[in-house]
Design a protein around this ligand. Structure first.
Ligand SMILES: [Mg+2]
Length: 227
C-alpha cells in the first residue's frame, strides 16, 4: 500500500457526537425563543439524513440542503420556518460543528503512523466545501495528511470512480496501490472497489457485522489489515 485515503465524517471526525453537541447549541437558542426544542431536535434527527442524501446525489443544492434541514423540522412542530430564524439556526449550527468538531481518538495516531512508514495519506469527503475546510483546519487534519479532496471542489463525489481516480492521479499511482477507509458501505467501500482500489469498511459499532465486506472496528487496525 502506497496511499491510504480516509473518509472524514464518522470516520476521522465523530460527526454523530459533533452534530449532537451542535443540536444542544440550537436547543438553548430555541428554548429562549419559547420553541419546542426537544420536538425540533427529534425532527432534525429524522429528516437530516434524507435531505443530506439528496444533496450528496446532486438533487438539491447546498443552500437548499441548509434551508430544508431546519425548515422541515420547524414546520413539523408547527413553527413557521421564517428565513431569519433558519439563517440564525444555520449560523449557530455551523459555528458549533465546524469550529468545534470532535475527532475520534484513533484518527491522528493512525495518520502519523502511516506517515512514519512512508505511506501517503489523503482525505476524500463529499460534504460542503466551506464547512469541511473549517473542520479540517480546526482539528489539525489539514496538516496531518498529504492531500484533501472535497467533492464540491473537484466536481466528483463518492461513489463515482472519478472521485477516487482524481486522488490516484494526484499521487501518480495505480488504483490497486491505494486503500480507502470509511464508514459508508456504498460510498466508501463499494465505490473504492469499483474504482479498483483496496477498501476497508470502518464499522465502529459492528452494525454491519456478518457482512461480506472487509471491515475493521478501529482505525488502529488499518496497519495490520492493509496489504
Ligand atoms: Mg462518513
Amino acid at each position: 500500500m502506497k496511499l491510504a485515503i480516509f473518509d472524514l465524517d464518522d470516520t476521522l471526525i465523530d460527526f454523530a457526537a459533533t452534530r449532537e453537541a451542535a443540536y444542544s447549541c440550537l436547543s438553548a437558542h430555541l428554548d429562549a425563543e419559547r420553541v419546542d426544542s426537544a420536538g425540533f431536535i427529534t425532527a432534525c434527527r429524522a429528516i437530516d439524513r434524507h435531505v443530506f442524501a439528496l444533496f450528496e446525489r446532486g438533487t438539491i443544492t447546498r443552500d437548499q440542503y441548509r434551508l430544508r434541514r431546519f425548515s422541515e423540522p420547524l414546520a413539523s412542530i408547527g413553527v413557521s420556518p421564517q428565513p431569519d430564524l433558519i439563517a440564525r439556526l444555520n449560523q449557530l449550527f455551523m459555528d458549533c460543528v465546524n469550529d468545534r468538531p470532535l475527532l475520534y481518538e484513533d484518527a491522528l495516531p493512525v495518520l502519523a503512523r502511516l506517515r512514519n512508514q512512508g505511506v501517503n495519506t489523503a482525505i476524500l469527503t463529499n460534504g460542503p466545501s466551506d464547512g469541511q475546510r473549517r473542520k479540517l483546519g480546526a482539528t489539525g487534519l489539514t496538516a496531518a495528511v498529504d492531500h484533501v479532496a472535497i467533492g464540491e471542489e473537484t466536481g466528483f463525489s463518492k461513489p463515482s470512480p472519478r472521485a477516487y481516480h482524481a486522488i490516484i492521479e494526484h499521487f501518480a499511482l495505480q488504483p490497486a496501490e491505494a486503500l480507502m477507509v470509511g464508514d459508508s458501505p456504498e460510498l466508501d467501500y463499494d465505490g473504492a472497489l469499483q474504482a479498483g482500489l483496496q477498501a476497508l469498511l470502518l464499522d465502529r459499532d459492528a452494525r454491519h457485522a456478518g457482512g461480506t465486506r472487509r471491515s475493521i472496528r478501529s482505525l488502529a487496525h488499518v496497519m495490520g489489515t492493509a496489504k
